[in-house]
Design a protein around this ligand. Structure first.
Ligand SMILES: Cc1cc2nc3c(=O)[nH]c(=O)nc-3n(C[C@H](O)[C@H](O)[C@H](O)COP(=O)(O)OP(=O)(O)OC[C@H]3O[C@@H](n4cnc5c(N)ncnc54)[C@H](O)[C@@H]3O)c2cc1C
Length: 369
């Protein structure tokens, strides 16, 4: 194997795998992953692409562009999930939230419609929504592990070299330059060092993209970057009865109906945790919370549970993308928080342009220490 690459992407989660399939179209790309059990992407099991997420359901940063990028990805890769483009339903928790939702539907008719309580009863009798519900018509839900597999296959078919069990340990000069030191040096090739089953492997590149998710804390240099890890858990349950036509639901948590008859319920937000393993008590909590909206889940049997660590950027709601100050050629691609399914396809589409013209990078994404 020739160990020289235009771009080396570290981390084959949603962010890295989406980026690799786009960048490999016109560059020699290595996509390397350590196979870390803390990673967020596989733990998400079934995730929602929800363009109207927050309490007030207002579209966040570049959400309109992001949902279009998600839909293009789904059309390109054609995942089998029936709900991938089905949109979702957000029952209002109070009459105040119902008013907010109705305003959102009026302001963004391309994203959502408002259903009164009567309409919900008539069109989706399987959900309890006494205050009505926001029918989000874009986005949907899908199985993340199978999406990841198809993203990685697609990246390889496009020409990316994909390597598993390759852990980035560091790069030339990684300890020698303090974060925050600006550098205008032209991009020189440098070495990135991976620990693999066959020992250390040195790769030569001009561009290292760090899409390591929660793995940032094991890279000495990244300890100064402002990132935070939030544990999340989902539980997969098998109800004894399930309605035939069922949308994904986002209310107190989310519920994603899977093609095999199970329902994946997510997710917890734990800022304080001892380890990243799932717990039965959290699974029971997630299920109990969802029963209010979906009473037919009351006696559902727990089939499996999974937990992982999301990465957020403290003090803002946008991901972190851009050059790592003081480390010419090294870029961050992280901080996707709870919006990986929407943000990863969008950031990947924009990344080639941003890499070529860093001046065009939106300020909201900047790397902060
Ligand atoms: C329980 C749960 C539920 C969620 N539900 C949703 C949802 O409904 N909708 C949604 O949009 N998002 C959801 N998310 C968030 C979503 O999963 C993340 O935003 C997304 O997975 C982040 O992707 P990533 O590629 O940045 O990081 P990750 O998926 O964490 O991937 C990082 C990768 O980097 C690798 N890595 C780390 N360090 C190294 C190293 N040194 N060398 C090589 N490789 C390395 C890891 O092995 C890993 O594969 C959920 C997350 C969790 C945990």
């Amino acid at each position: 194997m020739d160990l020289r690459f235009d771009t080396v992407i570290v981390g084959a989660g949603l962010a890295g795998a989406c980026a690799a399939r786009i960048l490999a179209r016109d560059r020699r790309v290595l996509l390397a992953d350590a196979g870390d059990h803390d990673a967020a992407s596989p733990a998400a099991v079934a995730a929602l692409a929800n363009p109207l997420m927050a309490q007030r359901a207002r579209p966040g940063w570049r959400v309109i562009e992001a949902v279009a990028a998600y839909e293009r990805l789904v059309r390109d890769l054609a995942p089998p999930d029936a709900t991938a483009l089905a949109g979702l339903l957000r029952p209002a928790a109070t009459s105040v939230q119902a008013e907010e939702f109705a305003q959102v539907a009026e302001a963004w008719p391309d994203l959502a419609a408002w259903w009164s309580a009567d309409e919900v009863r008539h069109r989706a009798g399987w959900i309890e929504a006494p205050h009505g519900a926001l029918r989000v018509t874009r986005g949907g839900a899908l199985s993340v592990p199978s999406l990841l597999e198809s993203l990685r296959r697609n990246a390889a078919a496009t020409g990316a070299e994909c390597r598993g069990s390759w852990r980035l340990e560091g790069w030339d000069g990684d300890g020698s330059t303090a974060l925050g030191t600006p550098s205008n040096r032209p991009l020189e090739p440098f070495e990135a060092v991976f620990r693999t089953d066959d020992g250390a492997v040195r790769v030569i590149t001009r561009r290292l993209v760090l899409a390591t998710g929660p793995g940032f804390d094991r890279l000495q240099t990244l300890r100064g970057v402002s990132l935070h890890r939030v544990k999340g858990q989902v539980v997969r349950v098998l109800p004894s009865w399930r309605p035939d036509a069922l949308f994904p639901v986002s209310g107190r948590g989310y519920a994603a109906p899977m093609d095999d008859g199970t329902v994946v319920i997510g997710s917890s937000y734990e800022h304080d945790f001892d380890d990243s393993a799932p717990t039965l008590i959290q699974s029971r909590r997630l299920l109990a919370r969802m029963v209010t909206a979906l009473p037919w889940l009351r006696d559902a049997a727990i089939v499996s549970e999974a937990a992982g660590l999301r990465v957020t950027v403290p003090g803002r709601r946008t991901p972190m993308v851009g050059p790592l100050p003081g480390h010419p050629g090294v870029w961050m691609l992280t901080g996707l928080g709870s919006k990986g399914l929407l943000m990863a396809p969008y950031l990947a589409e924009e990344l080639p342009g941003w890499l070529d013209r860093p001046d065009s990078l939106p300020h909201e994404l900047r790397v902060v220490g």
